[in-house]
Design a protein around this ligand. Structure first.
Ligand code: UDX
Length: 448
């Protein structure tokens, strides 16, 4: 089947990945962003963030001519009749709510240029009701000779696995406006989505077609559930710490129950990143606006449990060292999770920053996130290598579970540090090997 033509508006993690992967599926894609430097980088085959596998997909599809980039909305309007919006919806300053101004700006910039019949698929995570509001906004901007349907097609990609998650998703969700006419049950958006995703659909990927508000809620509910699962095990972890139980064995044991499942029961420093923390807050804010604030007050607790884990690591460091002032602490990890250079709301960086503010001399090392970390926390000391990071440390904290740290040789590490004391804040190290190399280990939710 011949590929389709489409544009992808916004070329951050979500948009750049979506654009490159749609080209990989055989479509002709034009990526648009207001940020000229981002567009220049992508045109030159450079992905402006760390995402395994994406540079290869980008280069391949630039070379075969299926993928182009521009900052010009008029060009976008003329290039295709199918448009995806993948711009950011960050947390608003001074509020829990999501900031939808970038999504609105994308509609405002594109719609006046449209001629003929168009469909916009929103991919960004938005408060329920946004798609409907955008349709009304667009109806006022569109020229009399053009038509536009806005549908919602939430994205579930995980950083670090973004290419795979986009090309072979778990499920495809599509929210469309309700069809009033009795003889047509399929909107144009649904028909087009079936063509866009023909390859994964042919492989049997579940396709859920629903109304706009359900599609919007699916996305935030999925992330709220994942956050709740992590905070659940971290709350149990707090109790384990008091009674000397082992949260990792407990998670294995309950995880065998298929109804529970072991995934996302990794107890430790908790969740961060650009999605989970922001999405649970935006969900609470939206529920409040809708008069259903009580329904989601438990998410406040999910957030609080998560934040307490960071404090616990700082407190534990103080307990171990007696005082933090002037002590040399090495934090391994700055990214919010491995295989990413993203430091947005990173638990690792939050701990490093708090220890530093409490007077410790903190040295940080991360395989990929050093530049981003430096920008957020310029006052921390950044090591050039893992060995350099470990040199003379009085306490080591494993805060992001990169393979490089999991596979660290405890004998070798022991020769570099001043004191063989380590907090495994992600519960990932092989404890017996570290013990036999003479290390004193501490962890969250279990005594070692
Ligand atoms: C998440 C969702 O998984 C994805 O579907 C959505 O599209 C965007 O948000 P992402 O932010 O990339 O993806 O990270 P994810 O892999 O979900 O991890 C989130 C955080 O939870 C990380 O900080 C991770 O370290 C933490 N985590 C995860 C735990 O603390 N314990 C676990 O068991 C799993």
């Amino acid at each position: 089947m011949a590929g389709m033509r489409m544009t992808v508006i916004g070329t951050g993690y979500l948009g750049a990945t979506h654009a490159a992967c749609m080209a990989e599926l055989g479509h002709e894609v034009l990526g648009i962003d207001v940020d000229q430097t981002k567009i220049d980088a992508l045109k030159a085959g450079k992905v402006p963030f760390f995402e395994p596998g994406l540079p290869e997909v980008l280069e391949r599809n630039l070379a075969n001519g299926r993928l182009c980039f521009t900052t010009d909305y008029k060009e976008a309007a003329e290039f295709a009749n199918v448009h995806f919006i993948g711009v950011g919806t960050p947390q608003q300053r001074g509020s829990y709510a999501a900031d939808t101004t970038y999504v609105e700006a994308a509609v405002d910039s594109l719609v006046p240029h449209l001629q003929g019949d168009h469909v916009i698929f929103g991919k960004s995570t938005v408060p329920v009701g946004t798609a409907q509001a955008l349709q009304e906004r667009a109806n006022k901007l569109i020229s009399a000779s053009a038509s536009l349907e806005i549908a919602w097609n939430p994205e579930f990609l995980r950083e670090g696995y973004a290419v795979n998650d986009t090309i072979t998703p778990d499920r495809i969700v599509l929210g469309v406006r309700s069809t009033n006419s009795t003889n047509s049950t399929e909107t144009r958006a649904e028909e087009i989505a079936r063509e866009v995703y023909a390859t994964p659909l042919a492989d049997g990927t579940p396709f859920i077609v629903t109304d706009l508000q359900t599609a919007e809620l699916v996305k935030v509910s999925a992330n709220a559930f994942l956050a709740t699962k992590i905070s659940f095990i971290n709350a149990v972890s707090e109790v384990c710490e008091i009674v000397g139980a082992d949260v990792t064995q407990l998670a294995d044991a309950i995880g065998h129950d298929e109804r529970i499942g072991r995934k996302f029961l990794g107890a430790g420093l908790g969740f961060g990143g650009g999605c989970l923390p922001k999405d649970i807050r935006a969900f609470m804010a939206r529920a409040g606006e809708l008069g259903a604030d009580q329904a989601l007050t438990f998410l406040r607790e999910v957030d609080a449990i998560n934040m307490r884990r960071r404090e616990r690591v700082v407190d534990l460091s103080r307990e171990i060292l007696g005082s933090l002032i002037g002590r040399r602490i090495t934090v391994l990890g700055a990214a919010f999770k491995p295989n990413s250079d993203d430091v947005r709301d990173s638990p690792a960086l939050a701990v490093a920053g708090q220890l530093n503010l409490a007077g410790a001399s903190v040295r940080v090392y991360d395989p990929e996130a050093m530049d981003n970390a430096r920008r957020v926390f310029p006052t921390l000391d950044y090591a050039d290598s893992l060995d350099d990071a470990l040199a003379d440390a009085e306490l080591v904290i494993l805060a992001t579970e990169w393979d490089e740290f999991r596979q660290l040789d405890p004998e070798h590490a022991g020769q570099l540090v001043e004191s063989k004391t380590l907090i495994d804040a992600r519960n990932v190290l092989p404890v017996p090997a570290w013990h036999s190399a003479g290390w004193e280990l501490h962890a969250l939710g279990r005594s070692l």
